[in-house]
Design a protein around this ligand. Structure first.
Ligand code: 4NP
Length: 146
């Protein structure tokens, strides 16, 4: 799960997907990263921690890390939150196989056409709840396909 800072959107996506994988009885390694290293080592934004807590998920132990080119080898599926994240990840992909792993997360929903998960960083609490609900729907589809 990849966004820009790895403190708002992708930590929520990581927490939601891990929770759904665990509840499904399936098995998958779930991680998240940011295309920038600007917040490296930081906890998720307090507003992301709070909205996750309201839905029964603890993301407070996550720490931001930058996305690495090696993630394109190590992981089977790489989900970008928005088009800018997607482009930055694709710039690091060396092979067609690596490129084929990378998708916009909202493209998992059949009804969505290139929808981005909006960056909630400069907005209010509502933005975080909206992000949570979008990611919750997308992660349902991801788990179904595992
Ligand atoms: P994220 O949100 O990419 O969802 O973690 C942001 C966090 C920090 C900044 C931008 C977006 N920032 O500019 O510091």
């Amino acid at each position: 799960m990849v966004c820009l800072g790895n403190i708002c959107r992708s930590p929520l996506a990581e927490g939601i997907l891990r929770d759904k994988v665990n509840k499904s009885g399936k098995s998958a390694e779930v991680d998240s990263a940011g295309t920038s290293g600007f917040h490296e080592g930081e906890k998720p934004d307090s507003r992301s921690i709070e909205v996750a807590r309201q839905f029964g998920i603890d993301i407070s132990r996550q720490r931001s890390r930058p996305f690495r080119a090696s993630d394109l080898q190590e992981f089977d599926l790489i989900y970008a939150m928005d088009q800018s994240n997607l482009n930055n990840i694709l710039d690091l992909a060396k092979t067609d196989e690596e490129k084929s792993k990378v998708k916009l997360i909202m493209d998992e929903l059949e009804s969505s056409v290139a929808i981005s998960v909006p960056d909630p960083y400069y907005g209010g609490e509502d933005g975080f709840k909206n992000v949570y609900l979008m990611l919750d729907k997308a992660c349902d589809e991801i788990v179904k396909k595992l």
